[in-house]
Ligand binder design. Structure first.
Ligand code: PBG
Length: 325
């Protein structure tokens, strides 16, 4: 049977009917809120390239975490911006490093009321802004793994629930798992930035995290955004090395990758709705060209529809409020 007996519009007649047949749902449980913590400031600093987002002093991080938890958002992802950067990312694995302090502050205030995730890329801590050790203009892989291991274990000592390696060094997930396990942190999870593209959508983030590379770019370690098969290989390796969660990043231009990764491995799958995606929506909204609320919810549903189980998004607090109304 088909038209005129079958009429699909019958299913769309009222909001209640539409609610009954909705195939994809979005809840606050799906959201993760990223937060920037900056060493050596006493007041928050707004990030011009990301309207509505700020760099926070460590003293205010617990209050931020409480707000996030009270909205029903289960997790936060921390990015630390240290006062001193050097060529070995010392501040990344310093016991009193900014991210370590932020983790302690949140855990002291909230315990298990919030899942605390730390991004453990080194670029914010390196004077040259690259994600690994540099020698003669080259980014070294294996020597960098040791620094990533130290960073992961020092954050585990501070009480972090989950680490998220985003440096795209080969073997990083396995190296972290081994370091965590041998030092008694078997319960700390790994969210692997597996399909992390060398993307132009990270532009606004590099102002927020003060992590733009001082020479060259990241194409020697991040994935070519034209390569869906290579993204599956990266994800497979991360799975075999012990990743608990696979991530695809960015999200909106990579819905096919999210769908592939979810279908191929069935692991919990995260998608990172990155800074450029956020700032484009903000800019259009500020010009009155789109309805921000409706568009953000549409984007988040699209990312879930593609197969994401969780979404890292700077819109998490707004979305949580909108979902409650
Ligand atoms: C660190 C890192 C980046 C992002 C998350 N972790 C930037 C980059 O790789 O240059 C991007 C996040 C965003 O754009 O919102 N390597």
């Amino acid at each position: 049977m088909s038209y005129p007996e079958v009429r699909l519009r019958r299913l769309r007649k009222t909001q209640k009917l539409r609610n009954m047949v909705r195939e994809t749902t979005l809840t606050t449980n799906d959201l993760i809120y990223p937060l920037f913590v900056k060493e050596g400031i006493s007041k928050k600093k707004n990030i011009t390239s990301m309207p509505g987002q700020s760099q926070w002093p460590v003293g205010e991080v617990a209050a931020q975490a409480e707000e996030v938890a009270s909205l029903g958002i289960p997790a936060m992802m921390l990015f630390g911006i240290p006062e001193t950067k050097d060529e070995t990312a010392t501040s990344a694995y310093n016991e009193d490093g900014i991210t370590q302090e932020a983790v302690r502050a949140i855990k002291d205030a909230l315990g298990d009321e919030l899942v605390v995730i730390a991004d453990i890329c080194l670029c914010e801590y390196m004077s040259h802004g690259h994600c690994g050790l540099v020698e003669g203009g080259k980014i070294l892989n294996d020597p960098t793994l040791e620094l990533i291991q130290k960073t992961a274990t020092s954050l585990a000592e501070a009480g972090v629930d989950m680490v998220a390696p985003s440096g795209m060094m080969d073997g990083q997930v396995g190296a972290i798992r081994e370091a965590l396990d041998t030092q008694g942190f078997r319960d700390v999870l790994i969210m692997a930035y597996s399909s992390k593209m060398a993307s132009n959508f990270y532009g606004p983030f590099r102002e927020a995290a003060e992590s733009a590379p001082s020479f060259g770019d990241r194409r020697g370690y991040q994935l070519d955004f034209a390569n869906p098969r290579e993204a599956l290989r990266e994800s497979l390796f991360d799975l075999e090395e012990g990743a608990d969660i696979l991530m695809v990043k960015p999200a909106l231009a990579y819905l096919d990758i999210i769908s592939n990764v979810k279908d191929a491995f069935g692991l919990p799958t995260a998608a990172y709705n990155v800074s450029g995606e956020y700032s484009m929506v903000k800019a259009a909204a500020q010009n009155g060209w789109i309805n921000e609320r409706q568009l953000v919810l549409e984007i988040l549903i699209a990312i879930k529809r593609a197969g994401a189980d969780m979404i890292l998004t700077y819109s998490a607090k707004d979305a949580a409020k909108w979902l409650k109304e």
